[in-house]
Design a protein around this ligand. Structure first.
Ligand code: SAH
Ligand code: SF4
Ligand code: F3S
Length: 444
């Protein structure tokens, strides 16, 4: 019999990517085959994101397009999972009659039972405000997007309720995964050849399971043989502290890269966002990090055009960026989200002005990224080779410990290896280099 084929479309953050890898793992072990060709799929899963209007709209238009496919192929099974149905499942069922399965963020791992259920549409959404739901997500073997780099979800949900953010409403209360489960998962991945792991949580520095905190977890994961690099994301400026900085400094496998989103540089706006720190506290933590970990790379997220953000407030953000110097950053125009507190604030910065601030901030950040990369010209960097470049079959790509993309000439024997690369050319977004010598194991 021919294998049933599934097509999986993922929107949103790394946690969603990880949930998708788990769903793909479940289907693969049940005999389904993954396809990148929508037209030949028997099952289409759309794993959605609701954090801003843009991904939300994209998910809806993708779901809408599937109607045509379903018409041509009535036996096609269409499933919608993740953050959009968690909030909007009733609307999805009403508006899109071609959707067969709807699962929320707590129960995506039941995908197989629901796809194969004879009753359609089949739906399950759990209440996001229940404390313990989600702990029950069993250990699942993921189908990795990249065989050498894996995401491990160590914490789900969020309790912080920043006034603009929908995540606490669609992902529920913050809960940490028991360390034994994490260690087990990383061990199994290491046996399969994974070299680098990213520990994921919405506020990963608040990871706490029975007193085991993030630095402890970083120590534990680093002990696992086969794992060469450990990263963690996202850090929250209120939770990020000296114990985490020490872990980066003292554990050789933990990479010198921190994603620490400031969101804004204005105290007035930070307060209205309910972020729980001031610009001064943010800057102080960054300075402490840079002092303790020389060469560390800093990355961040920013929201421009938050309700009440004046030109002066925005200039405070520019000045925070001038002070901290980022290697990488993501800038978003404020997007009002239902359920959130800021939804009732007047969205008073015009679309045009939001866009102007976005471009100005992006210009500054691009220059900083380029300057930071220029410092690496001529240096020798440790690179984990991830595979072929998506844009040229003559090239391969990898990343430095600082999480910078490096392009090298193709040499298939280097795949999945840690090598030394001399940086010869830089841009704000990636660098090119020449392989010097392959590291025979890592000397640490
Ligand atoms: N837990 C992480 C990231 C959450 S969402 C944190 O606290 O930093 C990822 C990013 O999306 C956020 O950092 C923020 O910059 C952006 N974001 C979230 N809600 C938004 C909204 N309503 N409008 C614009 N950007 C938003
Ligand atoms: Fe959203 Fe704030 Fe929680 Fe991050 S910390 S997920 S921005 S509510
Ligand atoms: Fe989006 Fe949900 Fe992640 S809203 S950013 S996919 S937690």
């Amino acid at each position: 019999m021919m294998k049933r084929k599934f097509f999986l479309k993922t929107f949103g953050c790394q946690m969603n990517v990880n949930d998708s890898e788990k769903m793909a793992g479940i289907l693969a072990s049940a005999g389904y085959e993954k396809t990148d060709n929508l037209e030949e799929a028997d099952v289409v899963i759309v794993n959605t994101c609701s954090v801003r209007a843009k991904p939300d709209n994209k998910a809806y238009s993708f779901i809408g397009e599937l109607k045509r496919l379903k018409k041509q192929k009535p036996e096609l099974v269409v499933a919608v999972t993740g953050c959009v149905p968690q909030r909007d499942w009733k609307f999805i069922l009403k508006r899109y009659s071609h959707v067969d399965v709807v699962l929320g963020t707590f129960n995506f791992y039941k995908i197989l039972d629901f796809l194969e259920s004879p009753s359609k549409p089949s739906v399950e959404i759990l209440d996001t405000f229940l404390e313990n739901e989600g702990e029950i997500i069993p250990s699942i073997e993921p189908l990795l997007t990249n065989p050498f780099v894996a995401y491990i979800t160590v914490q789900r949900g969020c309790n912080r309720f920043c006034t603009y953010c929908i995540v606490p409403y669609v992902r529920g209360r913050e809960r940490s995964v028991p360390p034994e489960n994490i260690i087990d998962e990383v061990r199994r991945l290491a046996e399969k050849g994974v070299k680098e792991v990213h520990l994921l949580g919405q506020n990963v520095d608040f990871y706490n399971y029975g007193g085991v905190k993030l630095p402890d977890l970083l120590y534990m994961v680093s002990q696992i043989s086969g794992i060469e690099r450990v990263r963690f994301t996202t850090s929250h400026p209120s939770g990020f502290d000296i114990s985490i900085i020490k872990a980066i400094k003292e554990i050789p496998k933990v990479c010198e890269y921190v994603h620490l989103p400031p969101q804004s540089g204005s105290n007035k706006i930070l307060e209205r966002m309910s972020r729980g720190y001031t610009r001064e506290e943010y800057i102080e933590k960054v300075m402490m990090l840079k002092d303790e970990v020389p060469g560390v790379a800093l990355s961040g997220d920013f929201i421009v055009g938050f309700p009440g953000e004046t030109v002066e407030d925005f200039e405070q953000t520019l000045s925070l960026v001038e002070t901290c110097i980022f290697d990488q950053a993501f800038v978003f125009e404020y997007s009002p989200r239902p359920l959130t507190k800021a939804f009732s604030f007047k969205d008073d910065v015009s679309k045009k002005e939001k866009n102007r601030r976005l471009m100005e901030l992006n210009d500054l950040l691009r220059k900083q990224a380029e300057e930071k990369n220029r410092l690496l010209l001529g240096s020798i960097q440790e690179v984990l080779v991830e595979g072929l470049s998506p844009s040229s079959s003559e090239k391969m790509i990898g990343r430095t410990r600082n999480n910078k993309i490096v392009i090298i000439d193709r040499n298939d024997s280097l795949e999945g290896k840690l090598i030394n690369v001399k940086i010869e050319e830089i841009t704000p977004f990636y660098m090119r280099g020449k392989v010097i010598k392959q590291l025979a194991g890592v000397e640490r």
